[in-house]
Design a protein. Structure first.
Length: 186
């Protein structure tokens, strides 16, 4: 999306998405480095030669194996999620901060965090603080397919079906003795 075509609201929203992705990726790098350090320490304790350790670390890095597998997967998921959120920017930038929106789960197999948010209504400003679908604050993180629907907006058949399926799933979890909860403070 070329910079010259962005409104001030779109630029601000993109900055928020990029900043949150940068924080997540920096955390991922730190976790990976701790894991790599532990892995190297274990190989040293086992008496492995320095050249062999170097070879194994290099191969794992190049192939995305060992401790680098989680890093690679998280990096791919986060960057894909960022691209998905950037695609939503033109639509989301038109939202007024004080307009109210309702969280809608689009799949019956939505994560428990999304099911807990399903049906909640907040202003756009509040959703930006809580976290919007795909912003990484739910268990499904960047893979979220939920949506925020403007309060009072007529729902199409797809949304109505999604509402019904999510509500059924939510009830099933509660009936099975599970708790539908959100993984972090909101």
């Amino acid at each position: 999306m070329p910079d010259k075509n962005l409104t001030a609201k779109e630029k601000k929203l993109m900055e928020i998405h990029i900043k949150s992705t940068n924080i997540a990726l920096a955390t991922n790098v730190k976790k990976t480095m701790l894991t790599v350090d532990e892995w190297i320490e274990r190989m040293i304790m086992e008496g492995m030669a320095d050249k062999e350790i170097e070879r194994r670390v290099e191969q794992a890095f190049l192939k995305g194996n060992g401790p680098f597998a989680t890093f690679r997967n998280t990096f791919l998921r986060r960057t894909t999620g960022l691209m998905n959120r950037i695609e939503r920017v033109p639509r989301d930038a038109d939202k007024e901060l004080e307009e109210k929106y309702t969280w809608i789960c689009m799949h019956s197999n939505s994560c428990e965090d999304c099911l807990a948010l399903h049906g909640e209504t907040h202003t756009w400003s509040e959703w930006l603080d809580i976290g919007t679908p795909g912003s990484g604050h739910t268990q499904c993180q960047d893979n979220c397919n939920c949506d925020l629907v403007k309060e009072g907006e007529t729902l199409n058949k797809e949304f109505k079906n999604a509402l019904d399926l999510a509500e059924e799933r939510r009830k099933e979890i509660v009936e099975e003795g599970g708790a539908v909860h959100v993984g972090g403070e909101r």
